[in-house]
Design a protein around this ligand. Structure first.
Ligand SMILES: [Zn+2]
Length: 252
């Protein structure tokens, strides 16, 4: 049984407690005390409220507020839902026509990746972004494996594409996805710079994917073959988000 703390002591410790810099033992004692003592509880609530008012909003909540305010959050969720449906349709069509990996599948997956990335970043508080990413990574791996096993072994349709194309492409895109999230989590880049980095990696990813599937040889990549399809959208995105990022920094 812990000894009861005197109100005076608790009130002295509250500023440290609100800042989260008390020891675990103190924290527990204070919490126990706050449960029973309405007087200290009131002091604590006032303190926490003022702290919340003083704390400058983080970039993440800025983005969230912006999205909420302009109802773009719904648009984002809508896009996510749509690309999920698109992937499902792609999968069903692929299975139906007995094909292994197709461009529709790759396009669909990259849509999912893009959305997943934005979700991960916009919910990226502390390590939550990494947790979201881990779920996405493992989930995608399981999904692709399940498709391969179902179509090749169970339905005896399609080809064995998983190790030849599926896995290298998956690893490539997971790397592209993890990279910006890690820079955000550990190097504390702002969200716009992370998106710019992501878009740049997308261009690299597009070309590398085509190298893996054998659509392109190295010479095509060096000559930026199919620039409009592979890189134009991303280049425009890089410019737009780059400018937004600079404006954001300049406003601060
Ligand atoms: Zn008290």
């Amino acid at each position: 049984m812990e000894r009861e703390l005197a109100c005076e002591i608790v009130k002295d410790l509250l500023p440290l407690y609100v800042d989260g810099i008390v020891s675990d033992v103190s924290q527990k004692s204070i919490e126990n005390h706050l449960e029973h003592c309405t007087d200290c509880k009131e002091v604590y609530h006032n303190m926490a409220f003022h702290l919340e008012m003083e704390t400058p909003p983080t970039e993440v909540s800025d983005v969230k507020r912006f999205l909420k305010k302009t109802k773009k959050m719904y648009l984002l969720y809508g896009l996510g839902g749509l690309s999920f449906i698109a992937i499902l349709v792609c999968l069903i069509v692929d299975l139906a026509v007995n094909k292994g990996i197709t461009w529709s599948l790759i396009a669909g997956s990259s849509c999912l990746f893009a959305d997943a990335f934005i979700y991960a970043l916009s919910t990226c508080k502390k390590n939550k972004g990494c947790i979201a990413m881990a779920v996405i990574s493992i989930g995608t791996f399981c999904l692709l494996s399940a498709i391969q096993i179902t179509s090749y072994y169970l339905m005896e349709t399609g080809t064995f594409w998983f190790f030849r194309y599926g896995l290298p492409i998956l690893l490539l895109w997971l790397l592209i996805l993890w990279f910006p999230v890690l820079t955000r989590t550990f190097l504390k880049w702002n969200i716009w710079d992370c998106i710019v980095l992501f878009l740049f990696l997308l261009i690299v990813g597009n070309y590398t994917t085509k190298l893996i599937t054998g659509d392109y040889v190295w010479n095509d990549v060096l000559h930026m073959q199919g620039f409009i399809g592979n890189a134009l959208g991303e280049v425009i995105g890089i410019i737009v988000f780059g400018i937004i990022g600079r404006i954001e920094k300049w406003r601060k």
